[in-house]
Design a protein around this ligand. Sequence first.
Ligand SMILES: [Zn+2]
Length: 274
Amino acid sequence: MNDIENRRKNIPKSIRFEVLKRDKFTCQYCGKAAPDVILHIDHINPVANDGDNDITNLITSCEGCNLGKSDKLLSDDSALKKAKSQMDKLQERREQLEMMMEWQRGLKSLANTTVSELCTYWEDLAPGYQLNDNGKNDIKKWVRTFSIPEITSAMDVAAEQYLVFESDNKVTLESWAAAFSKISGICRVSRQAKTEPDIRELYYIRGILRNRLRYCDDGLALELLRDARFWGVGLDVLRSIALQTRSWTSFKADVDFAIQDTDAWQMAGRSGAE
Ligand SMILES: [Zn+2]
């Protein structure tokens, strides 16, 4: 057995499993994943340079990438050595499949726990009823798209806005159903507002344009306003352009001018000219 394989064998199975899970069973050099390739655990700082088996010094690498790095790993020419190495590889593949199954079982049980925690969270907010399988399936779907904080805060908003209490520990069934049906929509809207905090204001400015101008290209107007924000033009500037402009053509020219007036544009222009 050569050096590299020795080192690999010396990494305890539990640490190898942790590294593989962290790297999602995927070669961090080329992106190929098990079970399509056999994965090795590679030392970032080599053992020869005092690299240790700390998880931060270990990385998942497929066989190809690992071989490319360490020349002549499989230079063994005797048939016996080859057979032995093939057996080792089979064993390795089997172990990795087992690890991957365990990982996936872990992910699944984590997902189930998450769903039941969220059910409880909702049932506490909206007391009196329990979620049926359809409700649980809805939550399962949300978990695939949204983070847990996104879902719980949407639940908070839905509860606050739509629930009607008929006693201290019971809400009306009607309001319960209405509130629950709003949760995913609230998640979606608040995510959009987070990635683009100006969006409501930009829609509003475009509304001014639509009211004032005889012609307004809705899609292009929003694009121009976004561009202007990207380059650092203030919302107040855009609002006053919209309030003063006389035509679609002059609106475009005014926004262009405002963009060229920003520091960011001038710096980009300068470096681009060189
Ligand atoms: Zn690779």
